[in-house]
Design a protein around this ligand. Structure first.
Ligand code: 1GP
Length: 248
């Protein structure tokens, strides 16, 4: 299956069928060996993860990015770049989340990096998926680097306003991010509150470490669950999460 240029359709078809999706976030900086990556990827793929997201905020070079994507070549699910900056572009990927960090105080992360990257993306012919990136609560490294004015965990109105703004700007997805390794993930109550106002698909990530938490988020209306850290720490827990989501 060749997915280049068809990733958005692949995702939208599944969402239109009311499927709940899971993305496996792989951070090239945290991968210790190609054997480890192959073992992890095989398990995630076999249990039904819907896509590989590849990215990280610190320590990711183009070489490492290319290397990781190449190792994932055998798996017939999309390899999507999750960029933290303009150094994370690769023609080897099937698509790129074209992120705008809507709640950044630095215009570079809202529209500057996108302008610098756009001609390169055009040249490399990478499919883009326009996505609003909104950082909530803890925020982690992404919030620090991205100079995000984080939305408090309990400010559902503000999160809804951002989601509606993203929808009116024509974005395909809103990615609500609590930050990699966040002690608390996005609250399910925030998701159900947003869902009353907007039907834009929600990608939810940051601090999701158990199937119970993932299922509460899905029940509240999350369309796509992202797990990162838990994959590297305890792949069996990640497998349980994916099984739980895919059996919904
Ligand atoms: C981070 O949302 C992702 O960008 C995943 O977070 O590593 O905490 O799963 P975790």
């Amino acid at each position: 299956m060749k997915l280049k240029g068809k990733v958005k359709k692949y995702l939208m078809d599944k969402l239109n069928d009311n499927e709940k999706l899971h993305f496996s976030l792989l951070d090239p900086f945290k991968i210790n060996s190609s054997e480890e990556l192959k073992y992890i990827a095989k398990n995630l793929y076999n249990v039904g993860t819907d896509a590989f997201l590849i990215g990280g905020t610190l320590g990711v070079s183009k070489d490492k990015l290319d290397f990781v994507i190449s190792l994932l070549d055998d798996y017939e699910i999309p390899k999507i770049i999750f960029p933290s900056n303009i150094n994370l572009l690769s023609e080897k990927a099937d698509a790129l989340l074209f992120l705008s960090l809507l709640n950044s105080d630095d215009i570079y992360y809202v529209i500057g990096a996108q302008i610098v990257a756009a001609p390169i993306i055009k040249m490399l012919q990478i499919e883009v998926i326009p996505t609003a990136y909104v950082i909530v609560g803890h925020g982690g490294t992404a919030a620090h680097i991205g100079k995000a004015r984080v939305i408090p965990y309990d400010n559902f109105e503000l999160a809804t306003a951002y989601t509606l703004a993203a929808e009116y700007l024509g974005m395909d997805f809103v990615y609500l991010e609590a930050g990699s390794g966040a002690p608390e993930p996005i609250r399910p109550e925030m998701i159900s509150f947003i869902k009353k106002a907007s039907s834009i698909p929600l990608i939810i990530g940051g601090g999701i470490r158990s199937v119970e938490v993932a299922l509460k988020l899905v029940e509240a209306g999350a369309n796509i669950i992202v797990t990162g850290n838990i994959i590297e720490r305890d792949v069996d827990k990640a497998i349980k999460i994916i099984r739980g989501i895919k059996n919904k």
